[in-house]
Design a protein around this ligand. Structure first.
Ligand code: PEP
Ligand code: MN
Length: 363
């Protein structure tokens, strides 16, 4: 090649190195500004300031690049700085593995989330003492350590069964104590948090409440572990930020739960998002539960989805089990009966070392 071109290219290399040095210097300054903005609670993006900078740059432009080209180039630089500031913020989040590299374990009664795979099981709604005793006795006999059951039910229709409230909390506690299980139940209202925390070992924040920020703050101060379900239309980032509310309120015992998201698919109730599970395990240090029942909404898919969930790194699987699902007061299409639960477990015996978990029966 012509030596003159070589010579010009050497100059370009020098200019590139100089631009890189200046862009990096600019990045360091914007990172500093970003930290100050975060500390002061100010947004990182300031359109007014960006506009002023562009006007000044265009005024100073003497060519050969057009004003439009200069604007485009600097807009890219501004965007890269903004991305960097937001990324910097995420690394400071309490949920982040960058902040806490080791896995968090969550302790609830006899159950430890984040150690060996666990099962959470029980009826959708708590309906009667017989129902709860029967189901808790059966499940604990199969090594299940966490009993679920709804006392306050988030129903699409205000005329559908809303749960038995405090009476159900008493029954859930009674059954869990009798069979030495942990008891998890949903709380929907900030006014009920204290009461639910008296009876439950784990407070569930349901999919429909994931962005009820007042509730997140309240359960963050209740002194009980929190099972935080992902909203049915929530992004993974929104789910993590919801966890951040609880963590920032002083509660480190947070369990994330993926329960399927809304998509155009009709053959399942929701679409189980396993990439969210893998992401949650990678980006956060919190235990992750996969609720296969509400994700699939059909019994025939529960075992393969549970296997997939554990393969993706989940710490626990959540299923609904009812002594007689046909007469259940909620979700009667998707709860397993005892025979179906045994068939489900038979397909997972290699993954759940249940035999190592003695079922303790208290009378
Ligand atoms: C539930 O677990 O009882 C429930 C209502 O689930 P979700 O909030 O995931 O719909
Ligand atoms: Mn249900």
């Amino acid at each position: 090649m012509d030596e003159r071109i070589h010579e010009e290219r050497r100059k370009i290399d020098e200019v590139n190195a100089e631009i890189l040095r200046l862009i990096s210097k600019r990045g360091e300054i914007t990172a500093q500004i970003g930290l100050l903005q975060t500390a002061l609670g100010l947004p990182h993006y300031d359109p007014e300031r960006e506009n002023q900078m562009l006007i000044a740059l265009v005024e100073a432009n003497r060519g050969p690049l057009s004003d439009e080209a200069i604007k485009q180039l600097f807009k890219e630089i501004f965007r890269a700085s903004l991305d960097m500031e937001e990324c910097q913020d995420q690394h400071k989040m309490l949920y982040s593995r960058k902040v806490k590299p080791e896995d968090t374990r969550v302790y609830a009664g006899p159950a430890v989330f984040g150690k060996a795979p666990l099962l959470i099981a029980g009826p959708c709604s708590i309906e009667s003492e017989e129902q709860m005793m029967e189901v808790a006795g059966f499940l604990s006999g199969h090594g299940v350590q966490v009993l679920r059951g709804g006392a306050y039910k988030p129903r699409t229709s205000p005329y559908a069964f809303q749960g038995l409230g405090k009476a159900a909390l008493l029954l859930g506690r009674l059954a869990a104590d009798r069979y030495h299980m942990a008891f998890v139940t949903e709380v929907m209202d900030t006014r009920d948090v204290g009461l639910v925390a008296e009876y439950a070992d784990i407070l569930q924040v349901g999919a429909r409440s994931m962005q009820n920020f007042a509730l997140l703050r309240e359960v963050g101060q209740a002194g009980r572990p929190v099972l935080l379900k992902r909203g049915m239309s929530a992004t993974v980032e929104e789910w993590f930020y919801a966890a951040e509310y609880v963590l920032a309120a002083g509660n480190a015992q947070v369990i994330l739960a993926e329960r399927g998201i809304r998509t155009y698919e009709k053959w399942t109730r929701n679409t189980l998002d396993l990439s969210a599970v893998a992401l949650a395990k990678q980006e956060t240090h919190l235990p992750v539960v996969v609720d296969v029942t509400h994700a699939a909404g059909r019994i025939d898919l529960l075992a393969p989805l549970a296997r997939a969930a554990l393969a993706a790194g989940a710490d626990a699987v959540h299923v609904e089990v009812h002594p007689n699902p046909r007469v259940a007061l909620s979700d009667n299409q998707q709860q397993m009966d005892f025979v179906q639960f045994e068939a489900f477990m038979a397909r997972l015996t290699d993954l759940f070392p249940m035999n190592e978990v003695p079922a303790v029966q208290k009378d």
